[in-house]
Design a protein around this ligand. Sequence first.
Ligand code: CTP
Ligand code: MG
Length: 222
Amino acid sequence: MSVAVVVVAAGTGERLGAGLPKALVTLGDRTILDWSVRAFDRHPGIDTLVVVGPAAATGALVAGLPATARVVAGGPTRQDSVNRGLAALPSEVEFVLVHDAARPLVPASVISAVLAALTAGADAVIPVLPVIDTIKRVDAEQRVTGTVDRSELRRVQTPQGFRLAVLLEAHQARPGGDVTDDAGLIEYLGHPVLTVPGDESAFKITTPHDLRLAELLAGDTA
Ligand code: CTP
Ligand code: MG
């Protein structure tokens, strides 16, 4: 079985507001992207690594990456960036993991769980966590109109794993609406999507608060 990972790192990081692409921001002793790449580079069973980087920074990106990594430039949306990463995969790839570079502390256990589900026959697998806060629905005036039953809600993380042929079919179908993750495309086609347990450490660095939290955790891990 041939397994590839596509690490999407082409976002600008508006909400972090660091003044440079989020993937190139320093976390501990290296960049956020380096942390993400290393998590997969050292993981058994992954043969191919593709990094989708910000077009302007591709040279700086390549400097710190393993020699075997391929680097391609991203597009305007995350979905465009994933597409460009998929297009760079060798034809023999059977399974692909799509990972947000912005989740640099993803533990090996989550990667293993996704790979195990694919090996066991799933076409699409996502790591998820329960929703812990109470969730309210509000109207346009911000008045509460109801409480959502959170027992059936999940927070979705990456890496998301797919049989490559299924993900390519889903990307070609490209629904018009707002699909924020790759599994959403698979759902649109009516294919089943399996969940496996995620991990709080795989959280996404979105805001300066998240980066501070990651700095604390990276100190424990380094
Ligand atoms: N991403 C990408 N190409 C894009 C947009 C996002 O490769 N055009 C990647 C980001 O680099 C990130 C992941 O998708 O690793 C998740 O996106 P997000 O956390 O939203 O990152 P940014 O888009 O960079 O942040 P923001 O939305 O705050 O600008
Ligand atoms: Mg974004």
